[in-house]
Design a protein around this ligand. Structure first.
Ligand code: MN
Ligand code: MN
Length: 461
């Protein structure tokens, strides 16, 4: 063999995904991304994503989970976990003893949650106190248009959905920052201290009601909330209100090759899972799609991936087929569909480029996350990596490898460890993201599309 032949046959030579798209895939990619943008505009919280998934699933014949229900081949079932997380299944022709093919993403994103006793007035300006949720660079969140999303359970027990700041005719809210002219002291602080957690106070309004006494601006805000939503101040205690960046998902770049939005992490993978699940009929193995909550704070709680609700769902399907849940888990495969860090040429010192995902190179497979010496990660085995790689290659899915930055630079985790702890073979893979956890994150359309194809290939593996 010549050197060139040896090079071609022995060495890996990754190519930009745009050179590898097949006939017709450009149009499919654009069409998929239009649907994704509509999903992102409708869903900025785990509740909104869950409600969207329930509505779309019902349109496609999915039936709500009931204890003791049947699970026959072709059945489509969803488990709505308290309106905050959802698991959906298309029952396979093979029994669950042969395992399920699972894709698991999360639908919560970093944000500012409204405190239980949030509303106050200071120097005739009304504010909401917040507590940030998930890992954020606090300095990124002031001076950005923000919206209020969530639900409030009123004193009479009734629940009302709140959305302020998304309709173009709505007002927005925001957190202020100090003018540069007076920032001599602030500019000396480290980035972690530039904006303190207790400074993430959301400006609500400034017009006082007519009359005597204190807190006339605060009272006006409460009056407006009462008129629109029937709220009284103590209702904040039984509420989940959250402050998220306002506005739609936008195309980015002169070539429109990127999408900018709040919360691609991890709704970009959640949508890929759902879209591909809705496209399959009669899979051999049961296909399971999970949209989990609370990943950004450790997958804890009743709606997080550590919750026993997943056993309740899968256990019921197994019972219907006379299969032990443990046997099903032991034979299952899980794609932990979560985002990776796309290489950012502005910060080359933070990554090992040889092992980092890049924009437009497709779905990125991540053998391990964690921090320091892989601490806290689910380190996928050679065999598990082989399964996902060969599945992608058989189905012409454009894929690449990912690691989370340079060794000892930082780290992170996903739901992978919690799936693997259940004795389910699990591998992380997902969409590379720029500016992860910032108010606006960036992904490439090509990577979004390939991730959807990757999820579909796993369901059908
Ligand atoms: Mn994530
Ligand atoms: Mn995250």
């Amino acid at each position: 063999m010549t050197t060139e032949e040896l090079r071609a046959s022995l060495l890996a030579a990754p190519k930009n995904g745009y050179t590898r798209l097949k006939e017709g895939q450009r149009e499919e990619m654009e069409s998929y991304c239009r649907d994704y943008r509509a999903f992102m505009d409708a869903c900025k919280t785990e509740r909104e994503a869950t409600a969207w998934a329930v509505a779309e699933a019902e349109k496609r014949g999915f039936k709500p989970f009931t204890p003791g229900m049947d699970a026959k081949p072709g059945d489509k079932i969803y488990y709505n976990n308290r309106d905050k997380a959802i698991a959906l299944a298309v029952v396979g022709t093979e029994p669950l003893s042969r395992g399920a093919n699972i894709c698991a993403a999360h639908v919560d994103s970093p944000r500012m949650d409204v405190k239980p006793n949030p509303l106050y007035e200071d120097t005739e300006i009304a504010y909401l106190k917040t507590h940030y949720y998930g890992g954020i660079k606090k300095y990124q969140w002031p001076t950005v248009p923000m919206a209020i999303h969530g639900v409030v359970c009123r004193r009479d027990g009734s629940r009302v959905t709140v959305t302020i700041g998304e309709d173009p005719s709505d007002p927005i809210v925001m957190v202020t920052d100090l003018l540069v002219h007076l920032s001599a002291d602030q500019m000396q602080k480290t980035a972690a201290q530039v904006i303190a957690g207790e400074q993430l106070n959301v400006l609500l309004g400034t017009e006082p009601l007519e009359g005597e006494g204190s807190d006339l601006v605060k009272l006006n805000m409460m009056k407006l909330l009462n008129e629109k939503y029937g709220l009284i101040e103590s209702d904040f205690l039984s509420a989940e209100l959250t402050i998220v960046p306002a506005g739609p998902c936008r195309e980015v770049g002169l070539d429109r090759s990127l999408l900018g939005a709040y919360g691609h992490d991890d709704r970009v993978c959640a949508f890929a899972e759902l879209y591909s699940l809705f496209a399959i009929e009669n899979p051999a193995k049961t296909a399971v799609c999970i949209l989990a909550d609370k990943e950004e704070i450790g997958s804890v709680g009743i709606s997080g991936m550590q919750s026993h609700y997943f056993e309740h769902f899968m256990g019921t399907l197994c019972d219907a087929q006379g299969v032990k849940l443990e046997d099903c888990f032991a034979a299952s495969f899980c794609l932990s569909a979560d985002v990776s860090n796309a290489y950012d040429p502005n910060f080359p010192e933070t990554c090992d480029l040889r092992n980092n995902s890049k924009l437009n190179y497709g779905i990125s497979i991540c053998k391990y996350t964690g921090s320091r010496g892989k601490g806290g990660c689910s380190d996928a085995s050679a065999e598990a990596m082989s399964h996902i790689r060969t599945t992608f290659e058989r189905n012409d899915v454009i894929w690449q490898i990912a690691t989370l930055g340079k060794v000892d630079q930082g780290g992170g985790g996903t739901v992978a460890a919690y799936m693997a702890n259940r004795n389910i073979v699990t591998v992380d893979a997902g969409v590379p993201v720029l500016s992860m956890h910032a108010p606006m994150e960036l992904v490439s359309k090509l990577d979004c599309y390939e991730t959807m194809l990757g999820c579909k290939a796993i369901y059908l593996a």
